[in-house]
Design a binder for this molecule. Structure first.
Ligand code: ZN
Length: 283
């Protein structure tokens, strides 16, 4: 099996080798596993020519492709109603691309979309797909506050959090085989996670760290990340979904403040709320 796994590593970068590898794996299971019931799905998958994702070693290209499929399904199923306003979409994409360039993961393509939803929320799937609700855009005081949320979502992608969550969900649903996760199952889990995602404390804090660093490197004033969270916290009972999970927002604010130099907190772009209001006036 050692030889087989190094063969897999060597060949896994080559697309043409996929079917061949599936066949080898299926054969190895047939030969080494006395229980024929375990071998059957492998062979079925091979015959059906199914695309299988090995989540623990998924390539950037595969991740982007999977993100694109999840995106299509989110839109097709009506679970993400894309706000079709070119001016607003262009504006959010412009902020997003500026951040992506200085992010912890600049080498994949990013797609930023606005969701027609008055709830204050934002989310990301995988492979560079980030979504911001119109409600969140209206709530932000300025461009830097909006950028702080987008930076946080890019942070989840940089940390590959959705992939790990997908892996865990697939294990708990019993759909992850040794060959990996079949494409349609992966898309289904990806959509579920996008709509109803509970990030762990570690993931949230890591995304905050990546986000703050990204915000500053892109030239935005870092104070915006704290001011936006404070504003949402002050709303009291209607804390938005993306902040409602642990760690508590107050803890996140405290940790962010520890990492912001008070002398340069307001140094940077994006604090002019008049300019921002003007840019988003058509919402
Ligand atoms: Zn988050």
């Amino acid at each position: 099996m050692i030889q087989l796994s190094s063969l897999f590593l060597f060949l896994s970068r080559r697309r043409w080798a996929y079917g061949f590898l599936s066949f080898i794996f299926a054969l190895s299971i047939m030969l080494s596993n006395a229980q024929p019931t375990r071998a059957i799905p492998w062979i079925e998958l091979f015959i059906r020519g199914a695309q299988i994702y090995q989540l623990s070693s998924i390539s950037d290209k595969q991740e982007v492709e999977l993100g694109g499929e999840i995106n299509q399904e989110l839109i097709k199923s009506g679970q993400a109603k894309i706000y079709r306003n070119k001016e607003i979409t262009r504006y959010v994409n412009q902020i997003g691309q500026r951040l992506a360039k200085t992010s912890a993961r600049p080498d994949i393509p990013y797609t930023f979309q606005v969701v027609d939803d008055k709830n204050v929320n934002a989310f990301a799937t995988m492979g560079g797909y980030v979504y911001v609700n119109t409600g969140l855009m209206l709530k932000a005081e300025n461009e830097a506050e909006l950028a702080s949320v987008i930076g946080h979502e890019i942070g989840h992608i940089a940390g590959r959090h959705a992939i790990e969550q997908m892996r865990q969900r697939a294990i708990s649903q019993g759909v992850l085989s040794a060959a990996g996760l079949e494409r349609s199952q992966a898309v289904q889990i990806g959509v579920e996670l996008a709509v109803n995602r509970r990030n762990s404390r570690e993931d949230e804090l890591e995304a905050d760290g990546f986000g703050l660093d990204n915000l500053q490197k892109a030239g935005y004033a870092p104070s915006a990340m704290v001011s936006f969270m404070k504003k949402l916290l002050q709303q009291g009972n209607s804390i938005p979904t993306f902040l409602s999970t642990h760690p508590a927002t107050s803890e996140r604010i405290r940790l962010l403040q520890q990492n912001i130099d008070s002398k340069t907190a307001n140094v940077g772009n994006g604090l002019n709320s008049k300019v921002y209001r003007n840019r988003i006036r058509s919402i």
